[in-house]
Design a protein around this ligand. Structure first.
Ligand code: HEM
Length: 496
């Protein structure tokens, strides 16, 4: 009798709480988790379908915790602009064992002081010093691409992620490891498993308790993989610590004018003296994870789009020849700015395929949006993947059209209409670091190879980072030098 009464009260509370905002019907204990987990097209599509159906502010229940997805640009701006809500939403809870108090998952004063301290490590002055590292790594990437010439379709993301992991460790961490080895691929496999299980755990109410999850098969796999990742990062930290001990760093970091240079990421923490060992590990895990995967996504999706759209590729190539000549090894800071059309292509690619499709905050006090108020204690996620597909701003949103980002088309558009790097105080710290590499790699690859259409992108199921099923499959053909030579400059434009 008492149990029946409790269930009725529970159901009543549920129905009252879930009435307040439009969203799919939850069930007690599970909320919408079962529907999310079992959606035939995966988690991302579940949210797409429901947000389209219920509107710009859609409520879900993850077990007994509310999650609101927002897609209206004004609402997104209100949430991201403020420093009042820097805590991350419940969708980050289960990635915390990996990222700890690193920049992505930390909040409050700790996040604020770390962000301030680490920001100079991603300044352009430092990135410029890394250009030779990126170029060296691109050479290896090109050797790997050469093996694919004339062959069948292949997953370009697998190749690019090898590049971006190596480039990240050699630049931001200052360590040259022989990363084409087994340990590298073991790390990548472990990271893949951890991300998959984080997502599974988010939508599995039975795994919410640490006690239960640790004892499950998935939990034991998760923690085994976490050990592999931590070992990988610790190895990097210890190696750099040893190198810094041996070198006269104070002399190394003086520029030609006798001024102290900004320190790269890992050095700035190791030399600061205020970061605990655990904090350094959290930050290193965070930067490797946040950085290499999304750069690889950006490059791979752009190559895919260029393969599918030969006319666009031709314009990008013509612009490259015009700005940099044949020798893209001298791709300089000025060239990055001059490649205007390539910028449009990148913006359009990041619109369609934002590497981080959803990012959220936990609202600790009531938050007034444009037409509604979010109650304290709610997680609110910006659904960039869907807001980037708003047909009123981006007509035919599934069509790849870089002209949407021509100056005249962008005029008057909402500043938050396309935010692949997020915006506001918690926006991506590595945006410049990423864009320099994306452009450099694209320039080098396109200089040597023409990208041919491969296979249409499969279903995208994941939520943490955008990963299509079956990878990103393209084909490549070597450009013959004769093709380059027949481009001639006629009346201000390049013609073949
Ligand atoms: C194309 C490449 C990249 C994209 C699209 C991207 C996107 C994003 C987005 C959307 C966020 C906000 C996430 C959130 O609020 O949860 C973010 C945050 C972050 N990103 Fe990136 N990112 C990229 C590359 C990088 C790189 C190369 C690094 C490091 C070198 C990096 C480090 C970070 C960090 C540390 C944060 C957390 C910042 C904070 O909360 O203070 N990202 N990134």
């Amino acid at each position: 009798m008492l149990i029946a009464l409790l269930i009725i009260i529970f159901l009543l509370i549920w129905s009252v709480r879930s009435e307040r905002m439009p969203g799919p019907t939850p069930i007690p204990f599970f909320g919408n988790s079962l529907q999310i987990k079992s959606h035939p097209n995966g988690v991302l599509q579940y949210f797409v379908e429901n947000c389209k159906r219920f509107g710009p502010v859609t409520r879900f229940w993850i077990g007994s915790k509310p999650l609101v997805m927002i897609t209206d640009f004004d609402d997104i701006e209100i949430l991201l602009r403020t420093l009042d809500h820097t805590k991350k939403s419940i969708t980050y809870d289960y990635i915390k064992p990996l990222l700890g108090e690193g920049l992505v998952t930390a909040s409050g004063k700790g996040w604020h002081s770390d962000r301030k301290m680490l920001t100079p490590a991603f300044h352009y002055d430092i990135i410029k010093r890394f250009l030779h590292i990126f170029r060296g790594r691109v050479e290896i990437l090109l050797e790997n691409l050469e093996e694919k010439v004339g062959g069948d379709v292949f997953d370009v993301h697998e190749l690019i992620i090898g590049y971006s992991l190596n480039a990240m460790i050699e630049s931001a961490m200052g360590i040259t490891l022989d990363l084409e080895n087994e340990r590298n691929s073991t790390y990548r496999k472990a990271l893949k498993t951890v991300l998959r299980l984080c997502q599974d755990r988010t939508f599995n109410p039975f795994w919410r308790s640490d006690f239960v999850f640790r004892r499950s098969k998935a939990g034991s796999e998760f923690f085994q993989c976490l050990d592999i990742i931590n070992d990988f990062s610790m190895n990097i930290i210890n190696e750099r610590r040893r190198q810094l001990k041996d070198a006269d760093y104070s002399q190394l970091m003086i520029d030609e004018n006798g001024e102290e240079m900004k320190k790269p990421f890992l050095d700035s923490m190791l030399m600061d003296g205020t970061f605990s060992d655990q904090k350094i590990l959290d930050q290193v895990n965070t930067i490797i994870f946040a950085g290499h995967e999304s750069i690889a996504n950006g490059i791979s999706f752009t190559l895919y789009n260029l393969g599918q759209n030969q006319d666009v590729q031709r314009k990008v190539y013509e612009e490259l020849l015009m700005t940099c000549g044949r020798n893209l090894h001298h791709f300089t800071a000025t060239n990055f700015r001059e490649t205007k059309y390539m910028n449009m292509v990148l913006r359009e690619t990041f619109r369609m395929y934002p590497s981080v499709p959803v990012f959220g905050r936990y609202v600790e006090s009531d938050l007034k949006l444009k037409n509604t108020t979010i109650t304290a204690g709610t997680s609110v996620s910006c659904f960039a993947y869907l807001s980037h597909r708003n047909p009123e701003v981006f007509p035919d949103p599934e069509v790849f059209d870089p002209e949407r980002f021509a100056d005249e088309s962008r005029r008057g558009r909402h500043a938050y209409a396309q935010i692949p790097f997020s915006a506001g105080p918690r926006s991506c710290i590595g945006q410049k670091f990423a864009l320099v590499q994306v452009k450099l790699v694209l320039g080098e690859v396109l200089r040597r190879y023409a990208i041919l259409p491969g296979q249409k992108i499969g279903q995208i199921r994941s939520m943490f980072t955008l990963k299509p099923e079956g990878g990103i499959r393209i084909r490549v053909r070597r450009r013959s030098s004769s093709v380059v030579m027949i481009f001639t400059y006629r009346r201000g434009t390049w013609n073949s």
